[in-house]
Every structure is written in structure tokens, then in C-alpha cells.
Design a protein around this ligand. Structure first.
Ligand code: ATP
Length: 234
């Protein structure tokens, strides 16, 4: 569904991604793992249209979308759940969800999508008129995912969705990603929690210093000695 082909991304003179290629098959979960500063967020932001690669292609639905602005990328069906949740704290849950449906592709089906999102996250329905800033961390993450779903994406890019959440909520967020994938969404998952993310992913990539150093089935990477030593402390 998405083919990232040899992208180089720079911040000024500093190169953050060097010839990165990643293949994201339709309806699968693809995990990107790596240490802090490896370039995971940069890769997600490049696919989402927030950074423009200096070289390489990002193919989606047969077109090279590298360098397209983020609102156009979103409207093509690539949603982004950014690191740190990025909800609007002073707006209500309802208003935050409505913001997600402002994309042209999502407007006409707003009511039915909203009903589906609230069915998936009943806690949001219970708190529909509450300010988003008063929600718990886990609820805010559900809202961030719900808002992304309001844009009717085909693919969701998740950047550290479980960051800062208690262990039980981490599991809940991961289960949500799994459920969305079972419902037909394609997911790219950047997670600090390497074990859980590789467990639910068909494919995984290890990113080190801006380069892909290992790729394989999620289950294979979990038992790979290099991954176990570097990321699982085994
Ligand atoms: P983390 O898990 O800490 O978020 P990451 O793997 O997502 O790490 P990135 O945030 O993509 O890594 O950063 C990759 C490299 O690019 C790092 O060396 C980082 O210092 C650098 N970098 C990131 N954002 C910027 C920026 N806005 N300006 C300059 N350099 C940046």
C-alpha cells in the first residue's frame, strides 16, 4: 500500500534518514523499532507529508507522494496519530472529533463515522461534552485515534501511541491497533515497546542512525539475537 523507496531526509545539513526503504502491505501492521534518535519519527513525518525527502520516493496508490503537503496526504487516506497525542485540550471531545472530519474525503460520512468511533470507544461517548484536557492519558490517546479515524483513513501512522501510559493501557492501545488492522486498516507502528509491537506486526524494520539495519517478520525479529541484545536487554 505504501512503498518508501530510498529516502534521504535532512534537518538543515544534518541527515536524519539515509536511503530508507520500507514496504507497507495493505491491511498489515508494520512495526518500526529503534533507539531514541534513530529516525523513527522522521520517517513517519516524511510519509505524513510534514517533511520533504531530498531523495527517494514514497509511493502510494501508484503515485509518488513524497513532498506533498500534509493536508493533501491526509486527504488521500493516510492518517497520522502523532507522538504526544496532540489533541486540543480546551475543546470538547465532540469538537476534537469534528476537527478530524474536516477533510474533504470525510465530510459527507461524518455522522456515520462518528457513530462508529463512539461505538469503538464508549468512554469517549460518556465524556462527549467534557474538555479534552480533563481526560486521562489513556482517554486522550483514544481521542487522538478517534479523531484520526474521523478522517476515514486507509492507513494510520502511529507514532509511539503508548508513550507515557500505564501498562494496562499500553495493552489496550495495542489491542486497538490490532482491532483496526483486523477491520481492514493498514497500520505503521512506531513503538518504544519493542516486544508488544513486534508481536502484533506482520513485518518489522529496525532503524539505526537513520538506516534500516534489519527487516523481517515480526516474530522472527523478536527472536533475533541482535534485536534481543539491543532492544530487549536479553
Ligand atoms: P525518539 O524515539 O527519541 O523520538 P526517533 O527515532 O523518533 O527518536 P527522530 O526524532 O526521528 O528519532 O530524530 C532523528 C534524528 O534527527 C535525531 O538525531 C534528532 O536529533 C534529529 N532531529 C529530529 N528533529 C529535528 C529537528 N526538528 N531539527 C534538527 N534535528 C532534528
Amino acid at each position: 500500500m505504501i512503498e518508501v523507496e530510498g529516502i534521504d531526509v535532512f534537518y538543515g545539513d544534518a541527515q536524519a534518514l539515509d536511503g530508507v526503504s520500507v514496504s507497507v502491505p495493505e491491511r498489515q501492521i508494520v512495526a518500526i523499532v529503534g533507539a531514541n534518535g534513530a529516525g523513527k519519527t522522521t520517517l513517519i513525518r516524511a510519509i505524513a507529508g510534514m517533511l520533504s525527502p531530498k531523495r527517494g520516493k514514497i509511493m502510494y496508490q501508484g503515485k509518488n507522494i513524497a513532498g506533498l503537503p500534509s493536508h493533501k496526504v491526509c486527504n488521500l487516506g493516510i492518517g497520522h496519530v502523532a507522538e504526544g497525542r496532540q489533541i486540543f485540550p480546551s475543546l470538547s471531545v465532540s469538537e476534537n472529533l469534528e476537527m478530524g472530519a474536516m477533510l474533504p474525503r470525510a465530510r459527507s460520512s461524518r455522522a456515520s463515522t462518528r457513530a462508529r468511533v463512539l461505538e469503538m470507544f464508549p468512554r469517549l461517548a460518556e465524556r462527549i461534552n467534557q474538555s479534552a484536557g480533563t481526560l486521562s492519558g489513556g482517554e486522550q490517546q483514544m481521542l487522538a485515534i478517534g479523531r484520526c479515524l474521523m478522517g476515514r483513513p486507509n492507513v494510520i501512522l502511529f507514532d509511539e501511541p503508548s508513550l507515557g501510559l500505564a501498562p494496562t493501557l499500553v495493552q489496550q492501545v495495542i489491542e486497538t491497533v490490532r482491532t483496526l488492522s483486523e477491520q481492514g486498516l493498514t497500520c505503521v507502528l512506531v513503538e518504544q515497546n519493542v516486544t508488544v509491537s513486534l508481536k502484533i506486526s506482520a513485518t518489522g524494520y529496525v532503524l539505526e542512525n537513520g538506516r534500516i539495519t534489519l527487516a523481517g517478520r515480526g516474530s522472527e525479529l523478536l527472536t533475533d539475537d541482535r534485536v534481543r541484545k539491543a532492544y530487549l536487554g536479553l
